[in-house]
Design a protein around this ligand. Sequence first.
Ligand SMILES: Cc1cc2nc3c(=O)[nH]c(=O)nc-3n(C[C@H](O)[C@H](O)[C@H](O)COP(=O)(O)OP(=O)(O)OC[C@H]3O[C@@H](n4cnc5c(N)ncnc54)[C@H](O)[C@@H]3O)c2cc1C
Length: 296
Amino acid sequence: METVNFLSSHGDLRIDASFKDITTIKMGGKIKYLVSPFDLNRLRLITTYLKEERIPFKVFGRGSNMICGSGDYDGCIIRLEHLNHYHFDKDSVEVEAGMMVPRLANVLASQGLSGLEFASGIPGTIGGLVYMNAGAYKKCMMDVVESVTVLKDGELCTLSRDEVQFSYRSSIFHKHPDWVIVAAKIKLTKGSVNEIKELMADRLRRRKATQPLDKPSAGSCFKNPEGDFAWRLIDAAGFRGYEYHGIVVSNKHPNFITNEKDGKAEDFIATANLIQAKVKSEFNVDLKMEVEIFNC
Ligand SMILES: Cc1cc2nc3c(=O)[nH]c(=O)nc-3n(C[C@H](O)[C@H](O)[C@H](O)COP(=O)(O)OP(=O)(O)OC[C@H]3O[C@@H](n4cnc5c(N)ncnc54)[C@H](O)[C@@H]3O)c2cc1C
């Protein structure tokens, strides 16, 4: 009761919510505490409290890269929905981690500010995109991030782009799961509103034509191996259209594994493992997961 009172006085609290409600692939068990802190200071109070009480916690963005197990999670998921403010500073924008990237890209486009077009169709938050060094069309977050503000051990600090140690779909935050990204500074250049909007529309058309956006998924399941494409190897190994307990290897894009009939993370993982084993035996390539498995 004490924890419920504490969390609900510092954020919007839901008890026994489900990972199905907070992941784009819509799977997973129940969450003991799901909280959205009202502001940055409440976020600091909540993380300090959870550490003191030894209650496990994890920050989620839009859950668009997450595969969560069917078991219940006896901890706290923190979402930063209320941390979604931004302000312009000369040729950059400082934006809080809970801001949805497609929304930010639209705001920037309407002001003729270029830089984030490549990410405008990635359905995650600034925090999640920085964590993953997300990218598309040969660009990624490390190309545009100047600095990142982080909450670690109850204190705020700012990391330069180099200190974030970006690499392909990775960053320093993978090594520090208790650090919370609270904001990022993104550099921009002046451009034409029409050209920026047209580029974003073109990217979206390409996504719609090549990705199963009408089905629940977590985006690409595997990272592309050096010099090749995961989708090509999955296809060549014969998995296009493969189905297992409602988990489907997309016909449209074989690196997207969709949840079409209330599938479970355990079946998703079994499918991914089967693909990895066949791709290894046929092509001697180790496919590495891009999606993150949690609470399995
Ligand atoms: C249809 C579709 C298309 C996609 N296309 C792309 C694409 O083109 N390119 C690409 O790179 N990815 C793509 N993805 C994958 C996904 O959107 C990205 O990985 C994105 O960066 C995840 O953001 P999120 O906010 O949803 O993070 P989540 O999935 O919620 O979390 C991902 C990780 O980030 C951590 N995290 C999130 N926020 C914070 C924070 N504030 N502080 C610390 N850690 C945090 C979480 O703990 C977790 O470990 C796609 C996904 C879908 C469903």
